[in-house]
Design a protein around this ligand. Structure first.
Ligand code: DAH
Length: 341
């Protein structure tokens, strides 16, 4: 029996040392230490021993058992360590390999222009607002004093969602004036950039979707001089010192008096050329003193408060700012074009 145990021990230890995986270890545990394992089989023979031999043999069996268990544990740890090392080796990063530079995108020229516009107005204490592109006709028209029958409300110009012409894609950012008046405490200084939609065919100067920046000031004793001073400053900051502007009388339902601001053509200096269509001037924005009726409709007393507002075309401004000839370039997003700015 002693030899039998010695043989089991020697065999088992050799097998354990040679085990390559956790599953092998498990099989060996069952083979030698399990209920039907080889050690148990030896124990079952103990009955045949004499009373003196029995405790000796029992002690020997226990010793073999303990040595196998400890060998099992040692081998299990070894395998675990080896697995970890293999994994680390596999995931090792070679920091000496030269890196690959990711290709970065490029800011769109129109958004470069918008960021400049925002900076200029934020510097003058304006807040930047964002508003809905799906708008109620009451905000886009009624509360801006554009009554039923006003040409801009026509189905041929405006994208409506319902047959009653009550919900629409906003055709201007001016509804943000009303939304600001209704929600903000006075005095108010805001700009509101965003997309607007009109039923226009795409060509070198038109698109069914384009961008505007709305601006509005309401305070006490605000006059047309404030409007001109602020917008002249905008033109100089945006297009360069000494930029020449011109204010022409115009009509908008929500302002009285109303005007349009032109900037002298950068190409010909006002003489007239293809870029300015021979005019010498490029129209940049519409503006005016807020109509007292618009203030009243928003619950603001026009006797106490007055204001001015403007709406400028962002694409057109970016085209003037970066000397871009065709509006379609702004929307095509050809990387070769965008990378120039
Ligand atoms: N909403 C006008 C347009 O789309 C532009 C405009 C003109 C906005 C005068 C204004 C303004 O705020 O006062 O043509």
């Amino acid at each position: 029996m002693k030899e039998q145990l010695a043989k089991i021990r020697a065999e088992a230890l050799a097998a354990l040392e040679g085990a390559k995986a956790a599953a092998d270890l498990d099989a060996l545990r069952v083979k030698y230490l399990g209920k039907k394992g080889e050690l148990t089989a030896v124990l079952k023979q103990m009955g045949a021993l004499s009373a003196e031999e029995r405790p000796q043999m029992g002690a020997l069996v226990n010793e073999v058992k303990a040595s196998l268990e400890s060998a099992l544990e040692t081998q299990a740890k070894k395998l675990e360590q080896a697995a970890l090392e293999a994994k680390l080796k596999l995931e090792a990063v070679d920091v000496t390999i030269p890196g690959s530079t990711p290709k970065l995108g490029h800011k769109h020229p129109m958004y470069i222009a918008l960021d400049e516009i925002k900076d200029i107005f934020i510097g003058m204490g304006f807040t930047v607002l964002d508003g809905p592109e799906i708008e109620l006709a009451s905000y886009n028209f009624d509360k801006l004093n554009a009554e039923e029958g006003h040409p801009s409300r026509d189905w041929s110009d405006t994208f409506y969602f319902d047959k009653d012409s009550r919900v629409m894609l906003r055709s201007q950012t001016s509804p943000m004036q009303v939304r600001a008046m209704e929600t903000m405490p006075l005095p108010i200084r805001i700009i509101a950039p965003g997309r607007v939609y009109r039923k226009d065919e795409m060509d070198a100067t038109h698109s069914p979707m384009f961008h505007q920046v709305e601006g509005m000031v309401i305070d006490k004793n605000v006059t047309m001089a404030d409007l001109k001073g602020t917008l002249n400053l905008l033109a100089e900051e945006l297009f360069g010192k000494g930029t020449v502007t011109r204010f022409r009388p115009h009509h908008f339902p929500f302002t009285e008096p109303s005007c349009e601001m032109d900037v002298q053509c950068h190409k010909c200096g006002g003489v007239g050329c293809p870029t300015c269509k021979g005019e010498g001037w490029i129209e940049i924005l519409g503006a005016g003193m807020i109509h007292p009726r618009v203030l009243e409709m928003a619950g603001i007393d026009p006797e106490e408060w007055s204001g001015w507002a403007f709406g400028m075309g962002l694409e057109r401004t970016a085209m003037r700012r970066f000397k871009i000839a065709d509006l379609r370039l702004i929307f095509e997003n050809d990387v070769r074009f965008l990378e120039q700015f």
